[in-house]
Design a protein around this ligand. Structure first.
Ligand code: ZN
Ligand code: ZN
Length: 359
């Protein structure tokens, strides 16, 4: 194989200060892979809502405070696919040309309790491609060889990016509801990036799915994904409609939008013993405004979801490879990221936008 030419500089989309404008730079340095690191050429990247929040300074931590420890300049992008083009020392049997994923979590310690129990996304020493390391809104990216997302050869790099963040989060949110075949599961925000995955992963588990969103385009889209019912929340009061459809209320609700009102409503949609699974992240310290008695006396369960583990990521990927879940994506040129952000803010995207970064 002819040696792969790796340039010294590359095109990257970056913001120099949080809250600042996105700019494209063509003289951004190509990083060099260090010990146990690979260099990957980015092919495609999805655009996630949290990229938008980090850039705008509206991303908040577990206490509801704005996240301020962000590497500058900030290069977003954490749901991408690329190919290994160079290996640093100590990469073992990894091969040039291997298809790899770029995910939210970039590195974990592999020693702490969370790393050892399969929830390494909560590792206290974890770093990520959103706040600490440059993501895949650039042509070349350095990745930790010891925590590498190696994708099977038959994976379609065009569609897989969004599976690695939105898809994984939706998959995990569905798993955490412990839904059984034939149970009712409501997806709030069903037509969005996260939501369109949640509908399909819930169907893959055999659930009966009610999608909640608004507008005729979202209705067609969500029903087209296989949802059994659609509720347009602007036309119909969703809580009573869910009760009409399900009788006793839904067994589970997955909330994919960061709205406190949506969480409160979802709580009211549940039947006795139901599970509320949260995946959308509200701004600031928004609280779940429901009486504690509702939770206790109805025996409700509440579960939060921060992406998922690497193993769960591969499960989510496999369901796509085997055709159970079909990411709905629109491919756009890398240079259109700014317009894509504007469209995301207006909320008028069905599924996910994927940017083509390389060939
Ligand atoms: Zn994300
Ligand atoms: Zn750890």
């Amino acid at each position: 194989m002819a040696p792969i030419h790796i340039p010294q500089t590359q095109t990257a989309a970056l913001v120099s200060k949080i809250g600042g404008e996105l700019e494209f730079r063509d003289d951004y340095p190509v990083p060099e892979p260090g010990q146990n690191e690979v260099l990957a050429k980015v092919l495609y990247t999805g655009v996630c809502q949290s990229d938008l929040h980090t850039k705008a300074g509206t991303a908040c931590d577990a206490t509801g405070q704005p996240i301020t420890r962000i590497k500058l300049p900030h290069v977003g992008g954490h749901e991408g696919a690329g190919r290994i083009v160079a290996l640093g020392p100590g990469c073992g049997d990894l091969k040039i040309g291997t298809l790899v994923g770029i995910r939210f979590i970039s590195r974990v310690c592999r020693r702490c309790e969370f790393c050892l129990t399969g929830v390494e996304q909560y590792c206290s020493k974890a770093t990520n491609h959103l706040h600490h390391e440059d993501g895949c809104f650039q042509e070349y990216i350095v990745l930790d060889a010891n925590y590498l997302t190696v994708l099977p050869d038959d994976t379609d790099p065009k569609v897989i990016g969004p599976v690695l963040c939105a898809g994984l989060t939706a998959y995990k949110a569905v798993l955490n509801t412990n839904i059984k075949a034939g149970n009712w599961l409501v997806v709030v925000g069903a037509g969005g990036g996260l939501g369109h995955f949640a509908v399909q992963y819930a169907k893959a588990q055999g659930a009966l799915v009610i999608g909640v969103d608004t507008g005729p385009s979202k209705r067609d889209f969500v029903l087209g994904l296989g949802a059994n019912e659609f509720i347009d929340f602007a036309e119909t009061e969703p809580v009573s409609r869910v009760r009409e459809i399900t009788g006793l209320g839904a067994h589970a609700a997955v909330v994919t939008i960061g709205s406190a009102k949506a969480f409160a409503q979802a709580c009211d949609m549940l039947r006795i013993g139901g599970t509320l699974s949260g995946a959308g992240i509200p701004y600031g310290d928004a609280a779940l405004e429901r009486p504690i008695n509702t939770i206790i006396l109805k025996g409700l369960k509440f579960t939060g979801n921060l992406v998922g583990s690497l193993k769960e990521c591969m499960e989510a990927v496999n369901l796509v490879r085997h055709g159970f879940v079909k990411p709905v994506i629109t491919v756009r040129p890398f240079r259109e990221l700014k317009q894509v952000y504007e469209e995301m803010e207006r909320g008028d995207i069905n599924g996910r936008i994927v940017l083509q970064v390389g060939e």
